[in-house]
Design a protein around this ligand. Structure first.
Ligand code: NAD
Length: 433
């Protein structure tokens, strides 16, 4: 099939390349000319495992191209909308200007009868409103929320754990058939596929992210209690996680969640529920957000308190900048936030991340970035592990002790072995352990 993907960021670049890898002919459209040039040269503008390979293969096969010109999307039968829906600058709600602009710019070029498929995460009610714009122009609209995890985005796009189609109006059956054709090879593997109305599809996405955020903040709240009682939140998570109704996943206490989705999605959901007169139904999400933000400050406080006197001028190695491992995404990253807060207190912060140095440097040029993990650790008076990259988890405590000026480590992700680090002479502090 001929497809277009409007918006080629973390979601769209992967979606475009992945759809080409499934045999479709795909054009990716983005307003960012530099990004389009990078993608067209076969280089992923983001770090995402496996993306470079499918990008290059798509370009080589002639199935994949990128453009800044919406006219190049004209012949597509299906147009996926993957532009950003960030938090509004003036409030908690989602900024829909990019979605509105993308649809507005697409309509004059799109062929009558083609299907516009929203993948961006939007407040409930958005698809119904947009259907009122798309249908009079002779096009159809479906909402197909995206559940990919950064770090696993390629795998999650070609082999999702479920597909959700939000459809409405007279052409709903046709819309389902069109999406089934796009995803035919995925559906052949008995991937669960749920057909819903627009509102349900929109809510599925924010409900899923709200649940995940709540699970993380739940265990972080337990970490706060563990800290004043001497309990170990990691053991607690192991013990409650054996209950299949609870499960162990997403129960890792630490500096909390971040990224371009969870924080802004729970805030946008809260704002939308308030607009709908149901603010009380999701009022708990404000606490989920507050617990999450407190954990960053908690780590900063632990580092500061470890010094006899002010942290000013003390050298702190901050290991990690990305909001999660296997990504270069620093949007709302707890790791970067810890570095910025410590720097704000006058600490001599030296940061290192295997992939997010460039994205972090662009956003925070005032920070000091080490060229290597070893350089970040050298002469450090405190070490904070804030993103659970494999390289950090596998650090040898004895060899690392040789590099630093003071063997004091803060395990912001509870991924180090406290006994091994203490045995090598370190003062180890985890989060709620
Ligand atoms: P992003 O900021 O990385 O990408 C958005 C892209 O859209 C950018 O490249 C931008 O230049 C482009 N763009 C903006 N306006 C445009 C326009 N009018 N026409 C064409 N292109 C335009 O954002 P993202 O992380 O890819 O997220 C996109 C959407 O997908 C959001 O709604 C997000 O919530 C949702 N989502 C993201 C993920 C994820 O893991 N990143 C997962 C699921 C859902």
């Amino acid at each position: 099939m001929q497809l277009s993907v409007i918006g080629c960021g973390y979601l769209g670049a992967v979606h475009a390349a992945a759809m080409a890898s499934l045999g479709h002919t795909v054009v990716g459209i983005d307003v960012d000319a530099a990004k389009v040039a990078t993608l067209s040269s076969g280089k992923a503008p983001i770090y995402e495992p496996g993306l470079n390979e499918i990008l290059q293969a798509g370009l080589d096969s002639g199935n994949l191209s990128f453009s800044t010109d919406y006219a190049d999307a004209a012949s597509a039968e299906v147009h996926f909308i993957g532009v950003g829906t960030p938090q509004r600058k003036d409030g908690a709600g989602a900024d829909l200007t990019y979605v509105d602009a993308a649809i507005g710019d697409l309509l004059p070029h799109a062929t009558a009868g083609s299907l516009v498929v929203g993948k961006s995460t939007v407040p409930v009610g958005t698809a119904e409103r947009l259907a009122g714009v798309v249908r009079p122009a002779g096009l159809r609209l479906a909402w197909n929320p995206e559940f990919l995890r950064e770090g696993f985005a390629v795998q999650d796009t070609v082999a999702p754990d479920r597909l959700v189609y939000g459809v409405g109006g007279d052409a709903a059956d046709d819309d389902v058939a069109t999406l089934d054709a796009v995803y035919a090879s995925i559906l052949e593997r008995d991937t669960p596929r749920l057909v819903t109305d627009y509102a349900t599809a929109e809510l599925v996405k924010v409900a899923a992210n709200s649940f995940l955020a709540t699970k993380i903040s739940f265990i972080n709240a337990m970490a706060e209690i563990a800290e004043v009682t001497g309990a170990d939140v990691t053991q607690l998570a192991d013990a409650i996680g054996h209950d299949v109704r609870i499960g162990r996943k997403f129960l890792n206490a630490g500096v909390g969640f971040g990224g371009g989705c969870l924080p802004k999605d729970i805030r946008a959901f809260t704002a939308r529920a308030e607009e709908l007169g149901r603010g009380e139904s999701v009022a708990f999400l404000k606490q989920v957000d507050e617990i999450n933000l407190r954990r960053r400050q908690r780590l900063v406080d632990l580092v500061v308190d470890s010094f006899d006197g002010p942290v000013f001028g003390r050298r702190v190695a901050v290991l990690g900048l990305a909001f999660k491992p296997d990504s270069d995404d620093i949007r709302d990253s707890p790791a970067l936030d810890v570095a910025v807060r410590l720097k704000g207190l006058g600490a001599e912060v030296v940061s290192y991340d295997p992939q997010a140095m460039e994205t972090a440097r662009r956003a925070h040029p005032q920070l000091t970035y080490a060229d290597s993990l070893e350089e970040a650790l050298t002469d450090a008076e405190a070490v904070a592990v804030v993103t659970e990259w494999k390289q950090f988890k596998e650090l040898d405590p004895a060899a690392t002790a040789e590099l630093v000026a003071r063997p004091v480590v803060f395990d912001g992700r509870n991924v180090l072995d406290p006994a091994a680090w203490r045995q090598a002479g370190w003062t180890y502090t985890g989060m709620g352990r």
